[in-house]
Structures are given as structure tokens and as C-alpha cells.
Ligand binder design. Structure first.
Ligand SMILES: [Fe+2]
Length: 310
């Protein structure tokens, strides 16, 4: 019997979030690291299945997390202007207010395939990160709303300080900040379908992005309602969101989106050392109000291995 028990021994076990299905993998063996345990195939397979993977009770430090992000990404996007923690990660500073569900950089012309989180210090209460699976949202929307979003793209329109646009393009185009000029605005207008940058004056750029609110997950290959319609706009003017032709999106549709996403939102209460990986092409994330300022979460964004370039 003992031999049999030993042969079945696994250094970790799986326990998906009840009712939501997000994969949660718990370490059993002390000192076990995600970095040494999970291959790219393991991670991508779990993402294809449930859209989010949460690793708990593993022994990774912030540096191990940094290396884990690198090991499973073709390119990590990092903003050097942010307070750096490691080469690839930065501490998340997004105020104390609740933050609506969103696709990371969902209203920008380049958005990452993967959003990564690491909990260095847990909150004593509340402050959960919220997760909502866009595959399920699409399924739960009424047939008429679903069809409309599948047939008609939406438009995000807003004004952004040139400094912010420049910093964003320097990261995404991998150019030194001072080399980014109006030519690059034009280059992105040409290269990214739906994106239009237009200079208003020396300090301000008008940005318009026409894009479908429904996308195909880069991991599961299935359709998902995944976008930034519900937020956030912490550091800038909130975008005006309409149908692609400028027509207002009916209040009933906004209400339906809010109701369905709220019903399908899982709040993750962090333990110290938790690592979370989110398929940013399928699952939207956000945050409840920050009730404990001692909470410290680090984040990273990246593009998947074997994806279409980037
Ligand atoms: Fe975010």
C-alpha cells in the first residue's frame, strides 16, 4: 500500500475556483517553485482550458516570478518610467478606488496576450482582484446583444497627452523615447487596423480605436467578450465608447453587460506568494476597492511564445 501511495504522490494538486472554473494549483511539497515545475506547454494548456491559472503555496520570490514571466513569453512589455521592481515587473499603483473589469490596454492599438500578477504582501481584508471569463459572458448575453457585438465593432475615442502616447509607442515599437515622432503616429495608423492618431496641438493627441468587443482567444481559439468597455481610466480622460459609426450604445445594452459581467465575476483574495496568469485575450480583470494599503501586487504584461510576432 505504501508503495502505491508513493507512486501516486504529486507535489501539487488542482482545485478550480468553485463555480468559475479558473484553475488553481496548490503546492504540497515545501520549497516547490512554479518556475521549476511548470513548462510553457503546461501553462498554455491550463490557460486554454480555463483562461486563468493561479498558483498557491509555491515558494517563488519576486525574482523567480520575473524569470517565470520571461521563460514563457516572446516579449515582455515594460515601461521604464514606472517604479521598477525587477527587469520585467512593476508594482501596481492604481489608487484605492474600485477598478472596473478590463482587458489590459484594451483601448490601445497594441495589447498584450498575457497579464501576470504576483502578491508580495497580502491585504488583511478585501482588495480582491476580480476576474471575468469573456467566453462565459458571450454565452450569457442575450442573443440580440451577442449578435450585435459580433456584427458591429465599437469605437473608443479620447484625447491623450503626447507624452503618454510617446512613452507607449517607445515601449511597443521598441524605440528610445526621444526618437518617437509624428511619423510613428502615422506608422501605427497604417499598420494597426482601426487605429487613428491625430495631433491636436503640441501636447495633445486625439486617438480613435475601432475594434470588436469580441475577440478570439490566442490560447483557446474560442470567441470571448473581452474589451475595456467597463474601465479603467485611472490616469487619463475616460474614453467615449460608441458603436463604430458613432451611434450611442443603448443604455439597456450597457445595463445588460454590467449585469452579466457582475454575475460572472470571481473575486480573488490574495495570499502572499500567489502567482496569477491571465489570458488577456479572453478574461477581463479589475479590482475591488483597496481596503488595506499594505497590499503589494506586482504585474507584468507580455506576448506569448509562438504567437504572431510581437
Ligand atoms: Fe489592468
Amino acid at each position: 500500500m505504501l508503495a502505491n501511495t508513493q507512486s501516486n504522490y504529486s507535489p501539487f494538486y488542482r482545485q478550480p475556483a468553485p463555480g468559475y472554473g479558473f484553475e488553481c494549483i496548490h503546492a504540497v511539497e515545501p520549497g516547490l517553485r512554479v518556475l521549476d515545475t511548470m513548462s510553457t506547454a503546461d501553462l498554455y494548456e491550463d490557460l486554454a482550458h480555463s483562461g486563468v491559472v493561479i498558483y498557491r503555496d509555491f515558494a517563488d520570490s519576486l525574482e523567480h516570478f520575473n524569470d517565470f514571466v520571461s521563460a514563457h513569453s516572446s516579449r515582455v512589455t515594460f515601461d521604464p518610467a514606472r517604479k521598477a521592481a525587477t527587469a520585467n515587473t512593476a508594482e501596481i499603483e492604481a489608487g484605492v478606488h474600485e477598478m472596473g473589469l478590463h482587458r489590459e490596454n484594451g483601448n490601445l492599438p497594441f495589447n498584450p496576450d498575457l497579464q501576470w500578477f504576483y502578491c508580495l504582501a497580502a491585504a488583511s481584508v478585501g482588495s480582491e482582484t476580480t476576474l471575468c471569463d469573456g467566453e462565459r459572458v458571450l454565452f450569457e448575453l442575450s442573443a440580440s446583444t451577442r449578435k450585435r457585438f459580433q456584427a458591429q465593432p465599437i469605437r473608443y475615442a479620447r484625447r491623450i497627452p503626447w507624452h503618454n502616447v510617446r512613452r507607449f509607442l517607445s515601449i511597443e515599437l521598441q524605440l528610445p523615447l526621444e526618437r518617437v515622432t509624428d511619423e510613428h503616429l502615422e506608422q501605427v495608423n497604417q499598420q494597426v487596423t482601426g487605429q487613428t492618431y491625430r495631433r491636436i496641438d503640441q501636447n495633445l493627441i486625439a486617438s480613435e480605436l475601432i475594434i470588436s468587443a469580441v475577440d478570439i482567444s490566442r490560447f483557446s481559439g474560442r470567441l470571448a467578450f473581452c474589451n475595456s468597455m467597463l474601465g479603467p481610466s485611472v490616469n487619463y480622460e475616460p474614453p467615449r465608447i460608441t458603436w463604430a459609426d458613432g451611434e450611442a450604445i443603448a443604455l439597456e445594452i450597457w445595463d445588460e453587460i454590467k449585469e452579466v459581467t457582475a454575475r460572472l465575476t470571481y473575486p480573488h483574495f490574495w495570499n502572499k506568494g500567489d502567482i496569477m496568469v491571465v489570458d488577456n485575450t479572453r478574461v477581463m480583470h479589475g479590482r475591488r476597492r483597496l481596503d488595506d494599503l499594505g497590499r503589494r501586487i506586482f504585474g507584468a504584461q507580455s506576448y506569448r511564445l509562438g504567437g504572431d510576432g510581437q
